[in-house]
Design a protein around this ligand. Structure first.
Ligand SMILES: C[S@@+](CC[C@H](N)C(=O)[O-])C[C@H]1O[C@@H](n2cnc3c(N)ncnc32)[C@H](O)[C@@H]1O
Length: 208
């Protein structure tokens, strides 16, 4: 829940959300409970997850349930789109396929379980800028939240990979995630990873 709780922190000041791939519906539940939203589109392209969301959200009104792929059927009143718990490739496909639906959307909250660099590349190439980035650890897994709004940004290859704001701040979670990754690579004992290890050590300002 820490991950979903954190996602909810990026909704304000907007109050109409479309949660793409809503599954259990917990993001919408937390957002209503915190008084953050007045309306939600709960979207999933599979019956079981959407039924799950309906069950978990039965006590809330002003939710439109859409058995639908990606952004296809979201309303024009959507202010914030959340796409979480999927790989970067799928998230980018959803954004590409439904790009025209983002015209009135002010913010996109993304949590890609892997391939976050693909999300950042997509943002650079589609006039979206990163306004927040955060790493969350839950059940020994690291999750990266990327919040996008309209606007231009340029990123170098390191910023694409590590995240421009994460790289700038290098907070405790950033150090933990990349130290963890570094140790995984070191333990693999293959010289194919030497460059990778050198780069992470450099990012973490290791001296050896
Ligand atoms: C792993 S769950 C993540 C659930 C929730 N967003 C979270 O972060 O915990 C991914 C959900 O996305 C749904 N999904 C996958 N592709 C989708 C698409 N193109 N459009 C809508 N939902 C999709 C799946 O059915 C599944 O319920």
């Amino acid at each position: 829940m820490k991950r979903i709780e954190e996602l909810s922190n990026y909704i304000a000041p907007y109050s109409v959300i479309a949660d793409i791939g809503c599954d259990h519906g917990y993001l919408i539940k937390i957002a209503f409970d915190k008084g953050l939203i007045k309306k939600a589109y709960a979207v999933d392209n599979k019956t079981c997850p959407l039924e799950n969301a309906k069950k978990n959200l039965s006590e809330y009104r002003d939710i439109i349930y859409l058995l639908s792929s990606g952004l296809t059927d979201i309303g024009i009143d959507t202010e914030v789109v959340a796409i979480a718990g999927m790989g970067g490739n799928l998230i980018v496909k959803i954004l590409e396929d439904g790009f025209d639906k983002l015209k009135n959307v002010n913010r996109i909250i993304i949590e890609a379980n892997r391939n976050t660099e693909i999300v950042r590349e997509f943002a650079v190439n589609n006039n979206l800028k990163i306004v927040s980035e955060k790493i969350i650890e839950e059940d020994s897994m690291f999750y990266e939240i990327i919040v996008l709004e309209k606007g231009k940004m340029e990123l170098n290859p390191k910023e694409i990979k590590y995240g421009p704001l994460l790289l700038k701040n290098k907070d405790e979670m950033f150090i933990k995630k990349w130290t963890n990754q570094l140790n995984i690579y070191i333990n693999k004992k293959t010289n194919k990873l030497d460059e990778e290890i050198k780069e992470i050590k450099d990012v973490l300002n290791y001296e050896d």
